[in-house]
Ligand binder design. Structure first.
Ligand code: NDP
Length: 328
């Protein structure tokens, strides 16, 4: 028997409860993993609270990422004892996920643990951190170098934002953080942010073009904020857009693109090809300093996930939330 958080739906409402399951309850897959850690991402918040249509079949074990050790494998790529990471591929959405002490998945979804990481560190990074790295890579590929000018990170105190601040600062960029929570300034300064702008300021309606301020930007918010970020981009700048914490809508004009050569790069972590994921994980292992992990994280037990899910949807989570499957 092992412990899992199970979502069910009654009267169009999602209910979460801790259950004891057996391996026979798990969905099909060629690798069985003993899950050591999972993490809480915005999408998990939507799934567990039922505030977003993330889960389509019930019962569902949510959890879009996990790290652990292979217990059984019918795949040639993995053997029992191998340390692995899983993020994305619809796990925790349409295939049972990481909020459980065991998971059975398709081996093609697993990434071998890179040198320098372990299950705990990998899930402090988690999907949010992987996405932050993919955003940084998108900016680099668009030619945004540290000497090009200031880079902006929106939703900076959240999971993706905080890891993006840390990575960009480590790589030598001058990072300006947008946050709606002034009480997180010390946290963000410790991660490397040099300046702050309030969420309120960045959410003001804007003209098609504003004064040129940013060489690059990582946006997790969307909506009016992304419209303003685009209008404020410097000539030749690039925005990596990965989120919708404010809104999925984008009401903008073509002006930044056709008059300032600005590019808008979409970033997806769910179906990101394996080779790019492996490269992103290796870079995360190399770039993140040992001391940063403790600064980024709060650790909770599976039992605390329903409350934490409410908190992340309400924008009250700072940095990353690690779920320790051995706790509780
Ligand atoms: P978090 O909740 O940890 O962070 C989001 C942050 O956005 C908050 O902490 C807050 O930052 C800010 N924010 C929240 N609500 C609003 C609002 N109404 N207006 C402006 N800012 C707001 O979530 P994650 O970091 O895990 O995810 C961020 C976004 O990225 C989500 O939309 C998520 O779905 C998306 N995402 C996309 C992925 C992909 O593959 N494309 C993968 C992972 C995440 P502050 O308090 O500093 O203002």
């Amino acid at each position: 028997m092992f412990k899992a958080l199970v979502l069910e739906q009654q009267d169009a409402k999602t209910h979460a409860s801790i259950r004891q399951l057996t391996v026979a309850d798990l969905p099909a897959g060629d690798v069985l993993v003993d899950v050591a850690y999972s993490s809480l991402n915005y999408k998990d918040g939507l799934a567990v609270t039922g505030k977003g249509k993330i889960v389509r079949q019930f019962p569902m074990v949510p959890g879009i990422d996990f790290a652990g050790t292979v217990a059984e494998s019918a795949s040639e790529r993995f053997r029992p004892g191998d340390a692995v990471i899983l993020t994305g591929w619809g796990v925790g959405e349409n295939h049972w996920g990481g909020f459980a002490q065991k998971a059975r998945v398709n081996s093609e979804w697993l990434v071998p643990m890179p040198a320098g990481l372990n299950a705990q560190k990998a899930m402090i990074i988690g999907t949010a951190g992987l996405t932050a790295m993919l955003c940084v890579m998108a900016l680099e590929e668009a030619g945004v170098t540290p000497d090009a000018g200031k880079v902006l990170v929106t939703g900076a105190a959240g999971g993706v934002g905080s890891v993006a601040v840390l990575l960009l600062a480590r790589l030598g960029y001058h990072v300006v953080a947008v946050t709606g929570r002034p009480e997180t300034h010390a946290f963000l300064s410790a991660l490397g942010a040099k300046e702050f702008i309030s969420r309120e300021t960045m959410n003001q309606p804007c003209r098609p073009l504003e004064a040129q301020r940013w060489a690059g930007a990582v946006d997790v918010v969307g909506g009016e904020m992304l419209a303003r970020v685009l209008a404020e981009m410097a000539y030749g700048g690039a925005v990596a857009a990965c989120g919708l914490a404010g809104s999925f809508k984008l009401d903008t004009t073509v002006m930044p693109f056709i008059l300032r050569n600005v590019s808008l790069r979409g970033v997806d972590s769910v179906s990101c090809p394996l080779a790019r994921r492996v490269r992103a994980w290796e870079r995360l292992a190399a770039e993140l300093p040992e001391a940063a992990y403790a600064d980024l994280v709060q650790s909770i037990a599976l039992e605390a996930v329903p409350q934490a899910a409410q908190d992340i949807i309400n924008g009250r989570v700072r940095g990353r939330v690690l779920i320790d499957l051995a706790q509780g």
